[in-house]
Design a binder for this molecule. Structure first.
Ligand SMILES: Cc1cc2nc3c(=O)[nH]c(=O)nc-3n(C[C@H](O)[C@H](O)[C@H](O)COP(=O)(O)OP(=O)(O)OC[C@H]3O[C@@H](n4cnc5c(N)ncnc54)[C@H](O)[C@@H]3O)c2cc1C
Length: 451
C-alpha cells in the first residue's frame, strides 16, 4: 500500500479508495497501441465536495491528479503517470431535470447513453453522440469536447453545455455559467474548461441544453466503387444545400473490415460507403431523404433507405472495433481537414500507409472533414508500432498541409503532445502555456497531457 493510498484512507470512506495498481484505471483505448500507466492510488469520490477535498489534499502535497471518466479516450488523456486517479464513476445523479424548459443538470460521472435515455423518456434529445456512449461519461465528453456523427448538424458537446461546476486549484469548487442560455459576464471560463482534457480542473457537474426530439431519423446509405465517386457524392449533398443531420463515410478498407455485419449486406465491388441522415418531423424528413437519395445516386453502386436507423447506427458504432479485430491492434487518429479536401485526406492516408509498409484505412465524420485515419498493428510488434508512429507524423503533416488540424475529436492527451508544438504558432503556444499556469500553477492537473 502506497503512503498516498494510506493517507487518503485516513479521511475517505473505505469504498472511495482503491490501490494504485487497479488495472482498470491505468489505461484507455490507447492500450491497443501499447500505452499503459501507473498510479499511487485511485479515488472514487461520491460528491463534488469530496472531489474538492481530494484535490485540495493533492494540491497541498504536490500529488498529480488525473481525472477519469469512462476511459474510452483515444489519446491517453486518462492514463496516469503517477499520482491519484480521480474517477467520477460514482457521481451519476440527475441534480435537476426541467423538461419544459429543455434543460438538465447532471453529475459528471453519468454515462452518455444514460443521459440520452433519460431525456428521451420526456420527448427530449441530447444531440452529442460520440461512439462508446454506453461507457463514456458526460464529464469525459465535456473534457474532450467530444463530437460524433450528428455533430455535423448539431455541433459538438460544448455547444450543449450551459454551465459547469468544477474543482479548480488549489481545491475550490466553482460554478461557471449555469441554468441560463446566455452569459457574457467576464471571460468565458466555461469554454476554457470544455476540451481541456482534465488539465485545468475537474468537472463535477454540468447544466446541459436539450432539444425536443426529432419525430423521425431517416438514414440513407450509398455504396461506391471508390473514393472519387464517394467524395463527389459527399460534395453534392453539401453543395446542393441538403441540411442532413449526419454525413459519414467508410473507405474500402474500413468497409471490408466492418461490412460483414452490415444490415442487409454490402453489394459486390463496393469500396466506399456514405451514410447520410435526414431528421425532423416525418413530412420534412421524408422530403429531405428523397433529395438525399437523388444527390447520392449519381455514380453509385446502390442507394438504400434502411428502415431501422438504430440498427444502422449500432453497426456504425462497431466500426472501430471491427477494424481493430483485423489484426488485434491499431493506431487510429482523428485528423480534421476542410470539408472540400476530404478525398485528399482519405487517399493520403492510404499513400502514407504504403510508404511505411502498413495496412491503412479510414472512416469518419465526412461532413465535419474528420477522418479516423488508421494503421493496423499486430500487438507486441514493437518495430511495426514504431513504423506507425512515423506514419502518424506524416499523417499530421498531411492534415496541416491540407489546412486542417491534428485532432478534431479525441484531443491531444499523451499521444499527440509532441505534435502540438508543430501545430500551434509560437505566440498562440505562449498564451496557452500562460493559461495552464494560471489555472494550475503547480502543474498537478493531468501533467504530461495536452500541452
Ligand atoms: C468505439 C469508440 C468510438 C468513439 N467515437 C467517438 C466519436 O464519435 N467522437 C468523439 O469525439 N470521440 C469518440 N471516441 C472517443 C471517446 O469516447 C470520447 O473522447 C469520450 O468523450 C471520452 O469520454 P470518457 O468518459 O471515456 O473519458 P476518458 O477517456 O475517461 O477521459 C478523457 C479525457 O477527459 C478527462 N476527463 C474525464 N472526465 C473528466 C472530468 N470529470 N473532469 C475533467 N477532466 C475529465 C481525462 O483526464 C482525459 O484527459 C470514441 C471512443 C471509442 C472507444
Amino acid at each position: 500500500v502506497s503512503g498516498i493510498e494510506k493517507e487518503l484512507r485516513s479521511f475517505l470512506d473505505a469504498h472511495a479508495v482503491l490501490p494504485g495498481s487497479s488495472a482498470a484505471y491505468l489505461s484507455d483505448f490507447t492500450e491497443e497501441r501499447g500505452l499503459g500507466g501507473h498510479a499511487d492510488a485511485v479515488v472514487l469520490p461520491r460528491s463534488a465536495e469530496e472531489t474538492a477535498q481530494v484535490v485540495a489534499w493533492c494540491y497541498e502535497r504536490d500529488v498529480p491528479i488525473v481525472p477519469r471518466g469512462g476511459g474510452t479516450g483515444f489519446a491517453g488523456g486518462a492514463v496516469p503517470f503517477g499520482g491519484v486517479v480521480l474517477s467520477l464513476e460514482r457521481m451519476t445523479a440527475v441534480r435537476s431535470f426541467d423538461p419544459l424548459v429543455w434543460r438538465i443538470e447532471v453529475e459528471a460521472g453519468m454515462r452518455t447513453a444514460d443521459l440520452r435515455r433519460i431525456v428521451r423518456e420526456s420527448g427530449l434529445f441530447f444531440p452529442p453522440d460520440p461512439g462508446a456512449a454506453e461507457q463514456s461519461h458526460v464529464g469525459g465528453n465535456i473534457a474532450t469536447n467530444a463530437g460524433g456523427p450528428h455533430a455535423f448538424k448539431y455541433g459538438v458537446t460544448g455547444a450543449w453545455v450551459l454551465g459547469l461546476e468544477a474543482v479548480l486549484a488549489p481545491g475550490q469548487l466553482v460554478r461557471v455559467g449555469g441554468p441560463m442560455r446566455k452569459d457574457v459576464a467576464g471571460y468565458d471560463l466555461k469554454s476554457l474548461l470544455i476540451g481541456s482534457e482534465g488539465t485545468l480542473g475537474v468537472v463535477t457537474a454540468a447544466w446541459l441544453r436539450l432539444l425536443p426530439a426529432p419525430e423521425v431519423f431517416l438514414p440513407v446509405v450509398a455504396f461506391y466503387g471508390g473514393v472519387t465517386a464517394g467524395a463527389a457524392a459527399l460534395q453534392r449533398v453539401v453543395g446542393t444545400g441538403l441540411a442532413v443531420a449526419a454525413l459519414e463515410y467508410l473507405d474500402g478498407g474500413a468497409l471490408a473490415a466492418a461490412g460483414g455485419s452490415f444490415p442487409e449486406g454490402v453489394p459486390d465491388g463496393a469500396a466506399f460507403l456514405v451514410i447520410a441522415e435526414a431528421d425532423g418531423s416525418r413530412a420534412e424528413a421524408e422530403r429531405l431523404r428523397e433529395e438525399v437519395v437523388d444527390a447520392l445516386a449519381e455514380g453509385s453502386l446502390a442507394v438504400r433507405t434502411p428502415a431501422d436507423a438504430a440498427a444502422l447506427w449500432r453497426w456504425r458504432d462497431g466500426v472501430s472495433l471491427a477494424v481493430t479485430a483485423q489484426r488485434g491492434g491499431k493506431v487510429s487518429e482523428d485528423v480534421v481537414v476542410p470539408f472540400e479536401r476530404i478525398a485528399e485526406g482519405i487517399d493520403g492516408t492510404l499513400e502514407i500507409g504504403r510508404r511505411h509498409g502498413l495496412e491503412a484505412c479510414s472512416w469518419g465524420h465526412a461532413g465535419d472533414g474528420n477522418l479516423h485515419s488508421t494503421f493496423l498493428v499486430t500487438p507486441g510488434d514493437a518495430e511495426e508500432l514504431e513504423r506507425c508512429e512515423r506514419a502518424v507524423d506524416d499523417l499530421f503533416a498531411l492534415a496541416l498541409r491540407l489546412g486542417g488540424s491534428i485532432s478534431g475529436e479525441h484531443g491531444v492527451g499523451a499521444v499527440k503532445r509532441a505534435h502540438v508544438d508543430a501545430y500551434l504558432p509560437p505566440a498562440v503556444r505562449a498564451v496557452q502555456g500562460q493559461i495552464k499556469r494560471l489555472f494550475d500553477p503547480k502543474n498537478l492537473f493531468n501533467p504530461g497531457k495536452k500541452l
